[in-house]
Design a protein around this ligand. Structure first.
Ligand SMILES: [Zn+2]
Length: 451
């Protein structure tokens, strides 16, 4: 609209000028050498305007011709860059497809076309890894570390290589460097924590965990459970080096952070009992039983104070079981103690609610023992033992990460290496049973760290 108005205004001005010139024609005479030109002012004005327009047109043409080589050059660079990015993309696809030769060909092509090693270093490293040339891949990763914008990615590649070689110390040093670059990276945090726990560096792992909780990479509840397990391990170490005061301090911290952690509660009760603090020891086990009843807590409870006769043991277990009277562990604990004391009625009354329906294998075994001991009923006992072989399996320490079942608690899952991941529960159907030694602290294998 504005352009139309402008055009009309120009037209109006021009027509005014033309009309004015027509009214005031005037004469103009030009003498040059032997030439003589006679014309009107109007013609002169038109001639001057035409010459000016011609000169302007020629100037624009000149400028346009001057910029042609630049434009051609730019277009060639653009085309080259597009081909470079295409080669880079195709190389990534080849890496994903596992085609080493294709990946390497595209990496070289992208390197030549883009002329920027920063963009192609990762592809070159991945292509080298794909063809099994770890040395070349390491060179590419190290070159990446030298470039500030690629440094983290290079360190990540080197960490994975060190883990693959099983060089945990090197992986740990590299992970700490990566941590300085990206303190909020969950990947670095996870690997750092896994390496530190794998190497038994409980203090360092506790510091890493605190940072993870601060960055909200680990939620507070899970963080407390992990910190509790770490404090328990620190307590065991302190006890092993004879520092009883530190052992007790760490055990109390572990119990406070994770009161339901059975091995930590049993350990604290043992330390307290050794110092003559029997009441506190019993209270610790009773609290743990109310949160997570477990057979190991029965043993820890009975070990407090002087050795007990079989009847006193039944009384003690009954007191502990009162914390969770209807829990299967409570019934089984009292029934076992009653069987030892030959209190058949007590044992039978505790087992009856569990033996109806689909009793677990250990309930079937206790029933077999009862039938054999009380009535000398060998056929009945045999029948219960047959049921035990097909009954639902007994509870075990089940890894929440990989579902592997273990007989005893371990700091790291013997199968997947996850830290403090075991829960006392019924195994899922067909879960394999890990061959962990009794109460041993086995650590997971290196290189199985979660990304
Ligand atoms: Zn596991």
């Amino acid at each position: 609209m504005a352009r139309i108005i402008r055009f009309l205004l120009v037209l109006l001005v021009l027509s005014f000028i033309a009309a004015w010139l027509a009214e005031h024609p005037g004469r103009l005479t030009l003498n040059w050498e032997d030439y003589r030109v006679e014309t009107s002012v109007a013609v002169l004005v038109v001639a001057v305007a035409a010459i000016s327009a011609g000169v302007a047109l020629l100037y624009r043409l000149w400028l346009a011709m001057g910029s042609v080589p630049g434009r051609l050059r730019r277009r060639s660079v653009d085309r080259r860059r597009a081909r470079g990015y295409k080669a880079l993309s195709l190389g990534m696809v080849a890496v994903a497809a596992g085609d080493a030769a294709e990946a390497e060909r595209h990496a070289r092509q992208a390197d030549v076309l883009l002329g920027d090693p920063a963009l192609t270093l990762l592809l070159s490293a991945q292509a080298a890894q794909l063809r099994g040339d770890e040395g070349a891949a390491e060179r590419f990763f190290k070159a990446m570390v030298e470039r500030p914008e690629m440094s983290f990615l290079g360190l990540r590649g080197l960490i994975n290589q060190a883990l693959k070689r099983g060089n945990k110390a090197e992986a740990l040093a590299l992970a700490r460097r990566a941590r300085l670059l990206r303190p909020d990276s969950a990947w670095v945090g996870n690997n750092l924590f896994a390496l530190e726990t794998d190497m038994g560096r409980w203090d360092d792992a506790a510091a890493t965990l605190r940072e993870e909780v601060r960055h909200r990479a680990v939620d507070k509840i899970h963080g407390d459970q992990l910190a509790g397990a770490l404090a328990h391990l620190q307590s065991l170490d302190a006890e092993a080096r004879g520092d009883t005061a530190d052992a007790l301090r760490q055990a109390e911290r572990a119990n406070k952070l994770s009161p339901g952690l059975v091995p930590a509660a049993a350990h604290l009760a043992r330390l307290l009992a050794a110092m003559g603090k029997d009441r506190k020891a019993r209270a610790t086990v009773e609290k743990a039983w109310s949160l997570s009843p477990h057979p190991d807590l029965v043993e820890a409870y009975l070990a407090i104070g002087p050795a007990k006769a079989v009847l006193a043991r039944v009384t003690a277990v009954e007191k502990l079981a009162q914390r969770r009277p209807d829990h299967e562990e409570s019934r089984i604990a009292v029934a076992s103690a009653a069987l030892d004391a030959e209190l058949w009625g007590e044992a039978r009354s505790r087992l009856r609610p569990l033996s109806d329906g689909d009793p677990s294998a250990r309930v079937c075994r206790l029933m077999a023992r009862l039938e054999e001991s009380e009535h000398k009923d060998m056929a009945g006992a045999h029948s219960w033992l047959s049921r035990a072989s097909v009954a639902p399996p007994d509870p075990a320490w089940i890894c929440s990460e990989c579902a592997m079942a273990a007989r005893s608690w371990t700091a790291r899952c013997p199968h997947c290496g996850a830290f403090a991941s075991q829960r006392w529960q019924m195994p899922p159907a067909l879960a394999p049973l890990a061959a962990a030694g009794p109460n041993s602290l086995r650590l997971g294998s290196p290189g199985e760290l979660r990304p």
